[in-house]
Design a protein around this ligand. Structure first.
Ligand SMILES: NC(=O)c1ccc[n+]([C@@H]2O[C@H](COP(=O)([O-])OP(=O)(O)OC[C@H]3O[C@@H](n4cnc5c(N)ncnc54)[C@H](O)[C@@H]3O)[C@@H](O)[C@H]2O)c1
Ligand SMILES: O=C(O)C[C@H](O)C(=O)O
Length: 334
């Protein structure tokens, strides 16, 4: 039996994500929590002829607790999205408190669940969840994941466009490491499963890298005030969630990129810190997932000089965002 829960389930990401999870036969129960509209979303989805039993919950009458009870995997897309001109960090003011409160509910009701954080700024919201869980004595770094899959999905799509065959997109694999915001998004294009054209220039490589790093801005601009990526995020979030569920169910060899606490597997986490030359606490990398969560954080492998520069440029912003998220919880305790 697998119970999946979406927190923020009535939103732009939450609804299509809930649809994709309802469509997946690996899920037996789907809990939908939001501060509005979940009864309607749940009633609608419940008519779909797939096995998952769907329930919608609202805050009154302990709705969060009821939604979380018995959950195996919790996906969090709750919070406000960007408008043109905003950075993801500009969302911190509102989203930090939302994520803290939801994490508190998880700590008390479903401390063993796998937690997948979508809410931005991911580089800070994941540390917020970790610190809340620590305060409740239930932090297991193996079970906490920042969802960076959209960066990987974008990289696959953009590379296949350049190769000139969009039908390759589902097969193209490009590791994207670091974090989930601007310069902290580091695509390792030299390791693309499908090579870029031999004629690809340095300028073209820089332009493609920038497009992957700022793909979110492309959507924010096109939506012109109506939010950020929702449909592609729901696709990416469901893809990642389903990989985690397959791992929970015992499938072996599942590797997915994610932003994790580097103590999730001490040996490989320490090796990664050495590789990138800093003591950064969280980093996104391909991660081997098993029934108990993170089994191994994969090394970055051989980087080009250009990619080494990208990693170095990512670290200061990453460290600042991590410390901002951490302090949001630890400082309020003082
Ligand atoms: N990780 C990524 O790659 C990625 C990609 C796209 C968007 N995002 C982020 O995901 C978040 C959601 O984006 P969206 O477009 O779905 O926004 P949205 O405004 O359409 O939906 C957010 C939902 O969260 C709900 N919500 C607010 N406070 C809540 C609370 N306390 N408990 C439960 N639900 C609550 C709202 O009612 C709303 O339904 C944003 O922070 C956005 O930046 C992340
Ligand atoms: O760009 C955003 O604000 C949303 C998301 O993080 C994205 O990458 O699309």
């Amino acid at each position: 039996m697998v119970k999946a829960v979406v927190l923020g389930a009535a939103g732009g990401i939450g609804q299509p994500l809930a649809l994709l999870l309802k469509a997946n036969p690996l899920i037996d129960e789907l809990g939908l929590f939001d501060i509005v509209n979940t009864p309607g979303v749940a009633a609608d989805l419940s008519h779909i002829s797939t096995p998952a039993k769907v329930e919608g919950y609202l805050p009154p009458d302990d709705g969060l607790k009821k939604a979380l009870t018995g959950s195996d995997i919790i996906v969090i897309p709750a919070g406000v999205p960007r408008k043109p001109g905003m950075t993801r960090d500009d969302l911190f003011k509102i989203n930090a408190g939302i994520v803290r409160d939801l994490a508190t509910g998880i700590a008390t009701t479903a401390p063993k669940a796998f937690i997948l954080v979508i809410s931005n700024p991911v580089n800070s919201t994941v540390p917020i969840v970790a610190e809340v869980l620590k305060q409740h004595g239930v932090f297991d770094p193996k079970r906490l994941f920042g969802v960076t899959t959209l960066d990987v999905v974008r990289a696959s799509t953009f590379v296949s466009e350049i190769v000139g065959d969009l039908s390759l997109a589902p097969k193209v694999v490009v590791p994207v490491v670091g974090g989930h915001s601007g310069l902290t998004i580091v695509p390792l294009l030299s390791q693309s499963s499908h090579a870029l054209p031999a004629s690809f220039s340095k300028d073209q490589l820089q332009a493609l890298t920038t497009r992957i790093q700022f793909g979110g801005d492309e959507v924010v601009k096109a939506k012109d005030g109506a939010g950020s990526a929702t449909l592609s995020m729901a696709y990416a979030g469901a893809e990642f969630a389903v990989k985690v569920i397959r791992a929970i169910k015992g499938e072996t060899g599942i590797v997915a990129p994610s932003y994790v606490h580097l103590s999730a597997d001490k040996a490989s986490g320490d090796a990664l810190k050495k590789e990138i030359g800093t003591e950064v606490e969280y980093f996104s990398a391909p991660v081997l997932i098993g029934t108990e969560g993170v089994v191994e954080i994969k090394p970055l492998g051989t980087l080009t000089e250009f990619e080494k520069g990208l990693v170095a440029a990512a670290i200061p912003e990453l460290e600042e965002s991590i410390s901002k998220g951490t302090l949001f919880i630890t400082a309020s305790k003082l």
